[in-house]
Design a protein around this ligand. Structure first.
Ligand SMILES: [Fe+2]
Ligand SMILES: [Fe+2]
Length: 324
């Protein structure tokens, strides 16, 4: 049974929740979106739970990441195998189907994703159908998305934060893929960069959950300045742990800024544009975009105002597709 991350299963989280509920009797807050039936989680409604300052939270997170006992969230081995396999020029659909079948839970999630309107509601009844209709690399990308969504972007007490991160990551992946059509960057590599860029935020949230096991919980909102500061480093850390190729590690490590390796400039620019436009059209994650990110990245790709406007329209269309 693959581990789903460094989340303890000892039950302290529910214990913590009941203690917290006794201390702070909750008045049911308003839904996160009117009429959605989704409510903020217990930890996210606690005002400054724990009263820890940003420096203390940062120190706690860093020492947790660097401790001998730290177990990073695991990406199932089958995902890495598939990523490698899908790049083989002579790979067959049957070989891909055999690998996909090794994890039935992820395979069924992949079929569900394949049928969404985002992928034109393809009539997909089997893994073989999915491979034939969507193509080997697209299927491999979607399988990676399913694995992250089911096995990494999860933490008890932070369900709404993780749900938002899942959507932000999937949206940025699709938009980066689309923007990279204006470059020579392969679209499935662009997709992976978008999908994984904020995986460090997931690692920080999972770590916050660890912190909550041994003391008062901290809401992501309270911890955000620390998480914002640390997340590129945490994305790089996870990418190295998962043995991703060095170019992908570099892109994740500096997805908001810094002097890029010339080989990464185009994909980084596309990713930074996608991340900024995601925020503009309501699919961002907190306020993680530095001032001027969109403008600088558009200059790198030589995009004038008109082309940026067209990308903005494309982002709005994508947002429409995501809302169904
Ligand atoms: Fe980020
Ligand atoms: Fe982001």
């Amino acid at each position: 049974m693959p581990r789903t991350g460094c989340v303890s299963t000892r039950g302290e989280a529910s214990g913590l929740k009941s203690l917290v509920l006794q201390a702070y009797p909750l008045v049911m807050p308003a839904p996160t979106r009117p009429g959605s039936g989704e409510y903020p989680t217990v930890l996210s409604v606690l005002p400054q739970a724990g009263e820890l300052g940003v420096e203390a939270i940062t120190a706690k997170l860093v020492s947790l990441f660097q401790s001998q006992e730290y177990e990073p969230p695991l990406l199932p081995g089958v995902v890495l195998e598939l990523m490698t396999l899908s790049w083989k020029p002579d790979v067959t659909a049957q070989e891909i189907v055999v690998v996909l079948s090794r994890d039935p839970m992820l395979a069924s999630q992949l079929l569900k994703l394949s049928q969404s309107t985002l992928y034109r509601g393809a009539q997909v009844r089997s893994l073989h159908d999915a491979v034939v209709r969507l193509g080997l690399r697209r299927v491999s990308d979607l399988f990676c998305r399913a694995a992250l969504e089911m096995r990494v972007f999860r933490a008890p007490g932070y369900e709404n934060d993780m749900a938002r991160l899942r959507t932000h990551s999937a949206f940025t992946a699709e938009l980066t893929r689309l923007i990279c059509r204006e470059t020579e960057v392969p679209s499935d590599y662009a997709f992976l960069c978008g999908l994984l860029h904020d995986v460090g935020i997931a690692a920080c949230i999972i770590a916050l959950n660890e912190v909550a096991q041994s003391g008062p919980g901290v809401s992501l909102q309270a911890a955000w300045p620390a998480v914002r500061e640390l997340h590129e480093w945490a994305s790089e850390f996870l990418a190295k742990t998962w043995a991703f190729p060095p170019d992908l590690v570099r892109v994740l490590a500096m997805h908001h800024g810094g002097e890029a390796d010339p080989a990464d400039r185009q994909v980084l620019a596309a990713l930074r544009i996608a991340d900024a436009l995601a925020e503009e059209v309501g699919y961002g994650f907190h306020a993680e975009i530095p001032e001027g990110q969109l403008k600088k990245a558009a200059q790198v790709l030589g995009l004038d105002l008109l082309r940026v406007e067209k990308l903005r329209d494309a982002a709005k269309e994508l947002a429409e597709a995501f809302s169904h």
